[in-house]
Write a protein that binds this ligand. Structure first.
Ligand code: BEZ
Length: 252
């Protein structure tokens, strides 16, 4: 999958990603002097908010576009370009934090092993990401959209949306004791009025769409919009059917 990020659009139109993540910092309870890793930090806004509590934060992300913007916006923070499915911190951290990132790591076992190896014994893991049923409207409609555009074999989904039982047992297998674990619906309104969904697809499904010809891409976008408008477009606003998994765990 070749997902490219336009960080200008991401920060402007998808600002809700960081805004929703702020409540997760309340669960993390960062303390001054703690070493904290932000796993999939994007453009670094939540890493900066955690650092605002006096913690020493390092942001990790696999996207060079995201990290270029993060370094520009938050030059006081450390960022590392790395794959969260295989990276291990040189110095184990007090906590690993992750918002809206782990559903991009399809090798969930590799990610859990990397996170566990990057924590000190007693260190904590606090994360939120897409859970089972997340954006089901999109996931369920993409196959028909690709078929209608004449390219059903080009569809490959880049996301991992587990249920709580699956995910907590994965954490346990990697030496993490799960604490809180919940899955909840979080309908998410998009900016941009009528164009909001197209913009969302062009941002978050770019990796899926980038394998298409320009004509196929146009047809898939038009199909998705037409098919999902009756369900997701309400009073002039597209509202995405996000479903989050929120989890905490402690390294044994
Ligand atoms: C999310 O749940 O945050 C998400 C999932 C897939 C694509 C984009 C966003």
């Amino acid at each position: 999958m070749n997902q490219k990020w336009n960080t200008g659009t991401y920060d402007k139109d998808m600002a809700f990603v960081s805004q929703y993540g702020e409540s997760l910092i309340g669960l993390l309870k960062p303390e001054a002097g703690e070493r904290i890793l932000d796993w999939g930090c994007g453009t670094g806004d939540l890493a900066a908010a955690i650092a605002g509590h006096g913690a020493v934060v390092t942001g990790i992300d696999a996207s060079s576009e995201m990290l270029a913007t993060a370094r520009h916006k938050h030059p006081q923070l450390a960022f590392i370009l790395a794959d969260g499915q295989s990276y291990t911190a040189a110095t184990p951290a007090d906590a690993v934090f992750s918002n809206a990132a782990l559903h991009w790591l399809k090798d969930a076992s590799g990610a859990a092993a990397s996170i566990a190896a990057s924590l000190r014994p007693g260190g904590r893991f606090v994360a939120e990401f897409g859970g089972q049923g997340n954006i089901a409207s999109v996931v369920d409609t993409l196959p028909a959209a690709f078929a209608a555009a004449g390219c059903p074999d080009k569809l490959s989904l880049p996301w991992y949306f587990p249920g709580i039982a699956e995910y907590t047992s994965l954490l346990e297998q990697h030496g993490l004791t799960a604490g809180l674990a919940l899955c909840y619906d979080r309908p998410t309104p998009l900016a941009g009025g009528e164009d909001g969904f197209r913009s969302w697809l062009n941002t978050f499904a770019d990796g899926i769409l980038s394998v298409l010809t320009p004509q196929e891409r146009k047809e898939v976008l038009a199909y998705m919009e037409q098919e999902l408008k009756p369900r997701l477009f309400q009073d002039g606003v597209w509202v995405m059917d996000y479903r989050r998994i929120r989890v905490t765990a402690i390294k044994k």
